[in-house]
Design a protein around this ligand. Structure first.
Ligand code: DX5
Ligand code: ZN
Length: 214
């Protein structure tokens, strides 16, 4: 199980310390980019991504919550990002082309869905995408409560991936903590994104280790 802590919950006054901690404790570093249109919130953009990139020793996992994800792929590649996920709700018919574009830069491509999109919509991209990001809260804010209905969505997706003998991984994002990590693993999650449960813990590195071992 991989753990990709979400920087959204980090201490932005001490971002360098947070990244150094993640360099030794995390598998990936999750960066949530919000544009105030696709979601009702604004987070951060390239000034933060470039600064993180200058000291990150773990793959940077950018989750785009923006209306036109295709506009930013080349810029993300030049920032040194390893994984880019974008919402199916934003890309629609352009999803396959966007997966190909992201992969053409040597980055891993992820397709994200909010909890109200039927998980079967992702079946078309099994074997095409490197990973799927199943939201376990509605995208837009950290600190929300995990939706238990996500477990069944993940196991449905995992069964179909296995049935086709594909390698597409499943990442989960939103309200992930110790209470649901082992159920998520059993349902078929490969990568856990966790913001609050890591950064609000008195020992974030230990919190990451516990999630990984769930
Ligand atoms: C929500 C973001 C998440 C968020 C997770 O839109 O995609 O990555 O930071 O935060 P927690 O773990 O606090 O739910
Ligand atoms: Zn995210």
């Amino acid at each position: 199980m991989l753990v990709s802590p979400s920087l959204l919950a980090a201490d932005f006054l001490h971002l360098e310390n947070e990244i150094r901690m993640l360099n030794s404790a995390a598998d990936w570093i999750h960066l949530d980019v919000m544009d105030g249109s696709f979601v009702p919130n604004i987070s951060f953009g390239f000034s933060v991504i470039d600064a993180v990139s200058s000291i990150a020793e773990r793959p940077m996992d950018v989750h785009l919550m923006v209306v036109q994800p295709q506009k930013w792929i080349e810029r993300l590649a030049s920032a040194g990002v390893s994984c880019v996920s974008f919402h199916y709700e934003a890309a629609g018919d352009g999803t396959s082309a966007l997966i190909r574009e992201i992969r053409s830069y040597g980055m891993k491509a992820g397709v994200v869905i909010n909890p109200d999109v039927p998980v079967e919509e992702l079946f078309a991209f099994i074997g095409e995408a490197d990973f799927f990001l199943v939201m376990s809260v509605f995208a837009g804010f950290g600190g929300q409560r995990f939706m238990d209905s996500s477990l069944e969505r993940i196991s449905t997706l995992k069964s179909e991936i296995r049935r086709r003998g594909a390698e597409t991984m499943i990442e989960v994002d939103g309200g992930v903590c110790n209470d649901n990590a082992s159920a998520l693993r059993e349902a078929g999650a490969d990568i856990l994104v966790a913001g609050s449960s890591v950064f609000k813990s008195p020992d974030p590195a230990a919190a990451i280790a516990r999630l990984r071992e769930a």
